[in-house]
Design a protein around this ligand. Structure first.
Ligand code: GLN
Length: 473
């Protein structure tokens, strides 16, 4: 991304030509990463950007092609959440983050594929079918922001936006060999993000390098009065410099290297940690005793919030409606049963059950209590270390349809990513190696709230001394 910005100014690369080329590639794409491509809008903004560059505007993001996950509202461009129920929804407004990117002169190429309503880890639940992993088209790119991560890895955009409720930025970033940040809860406005689980959802950037991610994060973060959970706080602007890692304390929870971890992933992540050590960091063991309940807590909290958030899709206010119905109740029922696919229905049922009278204290309330214990665990751990490191996912990318009939096993793979969402913490996935068959492996770094500066600095430093992020599929 920074490289393209430089070439616009020094090598005479023309932004309009560049965007034309990208659009052509996007139309020819075999990976099924785009749900919509906005040729007209993209070319119009490329022309404007070109003007501004010609007039000496130094803005880094001017003319930079960006892809946006299809659960983030874009004015005048369909925003479907990969669901039949929103198949005809054209938002009359831009999400806060999209507005921000447009102000900086970014070119929005199109909307990327995802799991329906961001519920999943493969993009296989999308109503347009799954995206493919550019490193091996029989493998999943991960999910739910699989389209965004695959688009970055395949060079169909310079950077992308995803959303992360339980790992949906970091896991696909890891599977596609790119860098992805799930920001601190409240640091990026959720205005215009279609809600899945409101207390967990965050929008964040995906790009090849931590430096590009930092530039995008800087552009989208900041207070927004239209999001009641947006934090109005002055915190350090992300620096793009390498850090001196001498004395940086990296906490390793032994549980992150426990049962179920693929040995190739373990090896690559341990090697990644040794690179940090060589750069001067110190490794300490930290305990996160309640993390083992993370997946259970997550699937109660996330489904409960989803069941409530998705109640609004009733055929009356938004999107698609079943017209052939007998009466109002039949219209609601048939709109929802034909509008949603199985995974979304499963979660609505689970969440409704967890919230129902008589079960609320047993499930939702209990999960909320354990969530607090997990938050406390992190507070305690960060007394002994500056960042926590481990694998992003327990396995390398798997076959696209491998897990389709086994939702429970799929849920368990979220073990390393959900804790950061439950605790609202920032977390970064960076490439740290490859399997013997050439599939990317990612490493996760977590920091205390608003510690993006440190996380990105550590990522930038790691990438200055490694080349995993430079490999191309
Ligand atoms: N895989 C997780 C889930 O299925 C995470 C999804 C997300 O972060 N949007 O819920």
């Amino acid at each position: 991304m920074l490289e393209i910005a430089r070439r616009f100014r020094r090598d005479g690369l023309n932004p309009v030509e560049h965007v034309r080329h990208i659009l052509k590639e996007a139309h020819d794409d075999k990976l099924n990463v785009f749900i919509s491509i906005d040729d007209e809008g993209a070319l119009a903004s490329a022309e404007k950007a070109e003007q501004r560059i010609r007039n000496g505007d130094e803005g880094t993001l001017l003319g930079i092609p960006i892809a946006v996950k299809d659960n983030i509202c874009t004015k005048g461009i369909r925003t479907t959440c990969a669901s039949n129920i929103l198949s005809n929804f054209v938002p009359p407004y831009d999400a806060h983050v999209v507005e921000r990117l447009k102000q900086r002169g970014c070119v929005i190429i199109g909307k990327t594929n995802m799991d329906e309503f961001a519920m999943g880890s493969t993009t296989a639940t999308s109503n347009i079918g799954p995206s493919r992993n550019p490193w091996n088209i029989d493998k999943t790119p991960g999910g739910s922001s699989g389209g965004s991560a695959a688009a970055v890895a395949a060079g169909l955009c310079a950077g992308a936006l995803g959303s992360d409720t339980g790992g949906s930025i970091r896991q696909p970033a890891s599977f596609c060999g790119v860098t992805g940040l799930k920001p601190t809860y409240g640091s990026v406005s959720r205005f215009g993000l279609v809600a899945f689980a409101s207390s967990l959802d965050q929008i964040g950037p995906i790009a090849r390098t931590a430096m590009d991610v930092a530039v995008l994060y800087d552009a989208i973060k900041g207070y927004d009065p239209k999001d009641s959970t947006s934090v109005n706080k002055d915190y350090k602007v992300t620096s793009l410099d390498e850090l001196d890692l001498k004395g940086l304390k990296i906490g390793i929870p032994p549980m992150f290297f426990g049962e179920g971890l693929n040995h190739e992933v373990e090896k690559a992540v341990r090697e990644g940690i040794s690179i940090f050590k060589e750069l001067g960091a110190e490794v300490v063991e930290v305990k996160l005793p309640h993390i083992k309940y993370g997946v259970a807590v997550y699937y109660i909290v996330a489904t409960a919030e989803a069941s409530s958030n998705l109640a609004r899709y009733d055929g009356v206010r938004y999107g698609w409606r079943e017209e052939n119905s007998r009466d109002l109740v039949d219209m609601y029922a048939s709109t929802r049963s034909r509008g949603f696919n199985d995974e979304v229905k499963r979660r609505i049922m689970l969440g409704t059950y967890a919230l129902s009278a008589g079960y609320y204290d047993q499930y939702y309330e209990k999960a909320s209590r354990v969530r607090t214990l997990i938050i406390e665990d992190f507070k305690e751990a960060f007394k002994a270390c500056d960042i926590i490191a481990g694998p992003t996912t327990p396995t390398p990318p798997f076959g696209i349809y491998d897990m389709l009939d086994d939702p429970l096993s799929l849920y368990l793979l979220d073990i390393y990513t959900v804790p950061a969402n439950l605790a609202g913490l920032p977390a970064l996935s960076i490439p740290c190696g490859f399997t013997t068959s050439g599939l990317p492996i990612g490493m996760q770094l977590m920091a205390p709230a608003f510690g993006e500066d440190l996380l990105l600095g550590a990522g930038i430093t790691f990438q200055a001394h490694t080349s995993f992020h430079e490999e191309r599929p």
